[in-house]
Design a protein around this ligand. Structure first.
Ligand code: NAI
Length: 341
């Protein structure tokens, strides 16, 4: 009998519920058994619970250890904490994994991009340590710890081994941030000694940005502190077709949350034209994480075939005039899955 999984599902705001339905239907069509525990976070959680991140959502993730999360709308200027930062902090999801790989038929200036950004996800300026010295002076603290550097560098090398990758490059600004980035770089060097099958290389973050838009194919795995990773991973999404198709995973030692990187797209919510690819590719990362590699491969093959065929793509892809609806797109992926299984 096939295994049954319990997974927390946050369908978010704006286009969140539309793309979540597509992804759930697509996974279901493979025959994999998942008991989804639907929970709230974001603007709809405020309407129902009076808070952006209700306790029952936290409890569900604590119990299931895995969540799939659609984008949420961040209330501006109302004093609510960031749900994403809070989830990463609460569950100590210290590794943000953002693969960047071309999709067939998505027009970009680059071909054969296949790299992964591994971003430290809990420290740096995201620790929220800011203080007002006087009306004209703010101190923002960049928190970097030895333990934080060590675990993310080890994660990057272990990821490279598990995913058959050859090289890990560390990106810092250690020439200027001599203590904080200096420690990140030193720790990378110490950790790399234990992984003699993986090439270790170093680059300064500004040069990395230039190299990425000139020749991204030279990179394989990249590891870096939180803020650089935040910025560079969006740059890398741009290399392969934008945020709508980018996937991400937030991984800790005991828990993982998988999410699309784009926002809740209020401008196209309820129009039935949202592209579910980003969330679907994040779900593929999730399926690999729970060791359902076969199911992950089937969905990826069906997704890529849908793109290759090019008949049922949503309007955001290549600025297609008209384009398919979210449902037409996912029905087509499901049709291709059924032809495989
Ligand atoms: P956005 O990513 O929601 O939208 C930017 C543009 O991309 C819009 O034109 C939108 O229509 C388009 N777009 C995004 N995802 C798409 C998809 N799947 N299919 C087709 N088109 C898509 O960014 P924006 O407008 O800055 O933010 C809207 C809300 O989302 C804000 O409240 C923001 O705070 C929140 N947000 C949430 C995130 C999360 O929960 N992980 C991440 C980023 C933003």
């Amino acid at each position: 009998m096939s295994k049954q999984y319990n997974i927390t599902l946050i369908d978010g705001d704006g286009i969140g519920p539309e793309i979540t339905k597509s992804v759930v239907d697509i996974i279901e069509s493979t025959g994999l058994k998942i008991d989804w525990d639907s929970c709230f976070a974001g603007a709809r959680a405020i309407e129902k619970f009076g808070e952006v991140l209700p306790d029952e959502t936290i409890k569900s993730i604590e119990k299931n250890k895995i969540a799939l999360k659609a984008p949420i709308t961040t209330p501006i200027g109302k004093g609510f904490k960031s749900v994403n930062v809070e989830l990463r902090r609460h569950f100590d999801l210290y590794a943000n994994v953002r693969p960047s790989k071309n999709i067939p038929n998505v027009i970009t200036p680059f071909k054969n991009v296949d790299l992964v950004i591994i971003r430290e996800n809990t420290e740096d300026i995201y620790a929220g340590l800011e203080e007002k010295i006087d009306d004209n002076t703010i101190h923002g603290i960049k928190l970097i710890t030895k333990q934080g550097c060590k675990r993310i560098c080890k994660f990057a090398f272990n990821y490279a081994i598990k995913n058959n990758r050859k090289k890990v490059t560390v990106a810092t600004k250690a020439n200027i941030s001599k203590l904080a980035d200096g420690m990140f770089l030193d720790t990378f060097r110490e950790v790399s000694v234990n992984y003699n099958k993986i090439e270790a290389s170093e680059i300064l973050i500004d040069n990395l940005c230039m190299q990425l838009v000139a020749n991204p194919n030279q990179f394989d795995c990249l590891v870096m502190p939180n803020l650089y990773g935040d910025i560079v991973s969006d740059l890398c999404a741009g290399l392969v077709g934008g945020l709508g198709v980018a996937q991400s995973a937030n991984i800790g030692d005991s828990c993982a949350i998988f999410e699309a990187v784009h926002g809740s797209a209020p401008d196209i919510a309820n129009k039935g034209i949202a592209n579910p690819t980003g969330l679907l590719r994040s779900a593929i990362l999730m399926l690999n994480y729970i060791k359902e590699q076969n199911c992950a491969k089937i969905i990826e093959t069906a997704l890529f075939e849908t793109y290759k065929e090019g008949k049922f793509l949503t309007p955001d892809i290549n600025n297609i005039k008209g384009g398919a609806t979210t449902k037409e797109f996912s029905d087509n992926v499901i049709k291709k899955i059924k032809a495989i299984v």
